[in-house]
Design a binder for this molecule. Structure first.
Ligand SMILES: NC(=O)c1ccc[n+]([C@@H]2O[C@H](COP(=O)([O-])OP(=O)(O)OC[C@H]3O[C@@H](n4cnc5c(N)ncnc54)[C@H](O)[C@@H]3O)[C@@H](O)[C@H]2O)c1
Length: 257
């Protein structure tokens, strides 16, 4: 029996096999979860369909662009029809205008700022709102993905650092709001992993190198490392943990000068 046997886990953010969400999906499937995978658009749906045969059992998949609250509501209507309820929600999505992931922070546009907040931070609230009615009586768990650039200045991370700071605050406020209903909300602060989104951050390769050089464990983290921590948070092992940001970063975040 796996740690997630009989649990239904909804995961957002699989774009391809490098996505952190795909690492989490594989670990959750390995541990017996029934998966529901939300994808952004038709193109992502096609990519997802190619990955699905690698899972031990077929997931439910449904389209959902989180910038549209009606689509979020429709997504959870589909989940309601297909599943008895939801035990876990993984938010592994973010976006920013490429030109704002680098250059001078002062040049951040309102449009770019608003977009990164909407997709990368606000959507945790809207997806939670959609999932909560399906989580009643299930000691459910919500997990999102953040990065050290939320709390310290990381060159090039710019507008995304501000969105991640909001996401971490959303995690704490949601944890307090949903705790009385037995629902936990936590963030995983992952070290850098080479994904499509990460490659959009200027200087990303040097960030990977710095971790190998300086982090206590002297290595970069993998999708599976993150997936295993998400597993802990979604399983009963993590049932007293809420409102936290947990670092999966080879210890890089403990370093000073
Ligand atoms: N890769 C890293 O180094 C790293 C480190 C720490 C945290 N993170 C975070 O992990 C999460 C996953 O990113 P990743 O690195 O796996 O990159 P990725 O590009 O593989 O995944 C990003 C996902 O966001 C989805 N998305 C973007 N806009 C959306 C929208 N409007 N509606 C629905 N989905 C949308 C994309 O479809 C994609 O699946 C992000 O929150 C990212 O900030 C990444």
């Amino acid at each position: 029996m796996g740690l997630l046997t009989d649990k239904t886990i909804v995961i957002f953010g699989v774009a391809n096999k490098r996505s952190i969400a795909w690492g989490i999906a594989k670990v959750a499937a390995r541990e017996g979860a029934q998966l529901v995978l939300g994808y952004q658009n038709e193109r992502m749906g096609k990519a997802l369909n190619k990955l699905i045969p690698d899972l031990p059992s077929p997931p439910i998949i449904a389209e959902c662009d989180v910038t549209n609250d009606d689509l979020v509501a429709a997504f959870f209507e589909t989940v309601k029809k297909e599943c008895d309820g939801v035990d876990g929600l993984v938010h592994s999505i973010a976006t920013a205008k490429r030109e704002e992931l680098g250059g001078r922070f002062r040049d951040t546009s309102w449009e770019g700022y608003a977009l990164s907040q909407q997709v990368s931070a606000y959507s945790l609230i809207s997806l939670a709102r959609g999932a909560v009615p399906l989580m009643t009586g299930r000691e459910a768990s919500i997990v999102c993905m953040t990065y050290y650039g939320a709390e310290r200045v990381v060159n090039g991370y710019n507008v995304m650092g501000v969105a991640k700071a909001a996401l971490e605050a959303n995690t704490r406020y949601l944890a307090d709001d949903l705790g009385p209903e037995g629902i936990r909300v936590n963030a995983i602060s992952a070290g850098p992993i080479k994904t499509v989104s990460a490659m959009g951050v200027s200087g990303f390769k040097s960030i990977l190198g710095t971790v190998v050089e300086r982090a206590p464990l002297r290595r970069n983290v993998t999708q599976e490392d993150v997936g295993n921590t998400a597993l802990f948070l979604m399983s009963d092992l993590g049932r007293a943990v809420t409102g936290q940001t947990i670092y999966v970063d080879s210890g890089y975040s403990i370093l000073g000068a």
